[in-house]
Write a protein that binds this ligand. Sequence first.
Ligand SMILES: Nc1ncnc2c1ncn2[C@@H]1O[C@H](COP(=O)(O)OP(=O)(O)OP(=O)(O)O)[C@@H](O)[C@H]1O
Ligand SMILES: [Mg+2]
Length: 352
Amino acid sequence: MVAKFKPYMLNLLGQTVITMNDIFKKISRTGILVIGDLMVDQYIWGKVRRISPEAPVPVVEVTEENLLLGGAANVAHNILSLGGKVFIAGTIGRDDTGKILINKLSEKGFNTDGIIIDGKRPTTVKTRVIAHSQQVVRFDREVKTDISTPTLSLILEYVRSCLPRIRGIIVSDYCKGLITKKLIKKLIDLTASKVFIAVDPKIGHFDYYRGTSLITPNMNEASFGSGIDIIDEKTLTAAGRTLMKKLRCNAVIITRGNEGMTLFEKNGSVTHIPTCAREVYDVSGAGDTVISTLTLCRSAGAKLKDAAIIANHAAGVVVAKVGTAVATRQEILKSMKTCKPLINYKNVKKTR
Ligand SMILES: Nc1ncnc2c1ncn2[C@@H]1O[C@H](COP(=O)(O)OP(=O)(O)OP(=O)(O)O)[C@@H](O)[C@H]1O
Ligand SMILES: [Mg+2]
């Protein structure tokens, strides 16, 4: 779809830089709970020089390997990178990868008290083999069945203990078993509408999210969740509004890849936020950056529209990096200052 909608403009002149500093100051005092499917992203890098004599497949000579925080752990990492206070609730298996994940999180300064070891399932790992900048194969180790009732109770106990210290909750659903209808219902009951709950959804779970504050589907997820094939502005608007109605949430953000995002609010307003032109290296993890930046800024007191614009810049920063990556405050500010077409203070006043 070609972006031809009238975009929302954010003031990036002096005044907004001051506002950004205000938001950043508040962020440092803002606690966010990330609850979701924790993962490890494993990257195996190498070179291919020949085809295997055993089967018609390339032989990858491994030159480097690394393990990164993935899924909900990447969402938590994004919040930490922006200076927010993070609480994590999720599960790992009783295995070496689980230990590695805990060590990686502890090294970065995360509190891991809310990470429950579930001996009946492995730690989720996605392994990507990359040769000459091209992915050769990906293999996933995971069990996707719903978590057990005892595990759910332990998770909820942790959530309860965090409540006095958090302003926002991010539900990072990767359909790996942690996010169930019961868990979301309990979250809504426990928080009694006092905490902003944002959901990064997955196809198949849409009816779980009813009553949360905001969801951030991509185009495909939004089409599926609303039952409307998004092909133009009209169908995009219809899909967003249908999702809001169906899920009874306060807002929906449909992320639109290189075309940015569209925010739907309860008062009926529809805001298109475009991206800036930039060189893109790796779009994986952009959705994690959107939900973390957005929830953190919104929970720190920013208007939803402004939080969405900041999140759009943060995601733009991340897609220009290789591998699941995070954005810093400085990088977001730099993106705002250099993204010239968005600078227009008069338009901000008009659209507010
Ligand atoms: N090519 C791009 N150029 C600039 N920004 C981009 C590009 N692709 C994605 N983004 C940014 O990332 C955001 C999220 O991207 P997208 O809509 O692809 O989400 P997603 O499919 O959920 O991603 P993920 O693979 O992380 O789940 C977009 O709203 C936009 O801000
Ligand atoms: Mg996504």
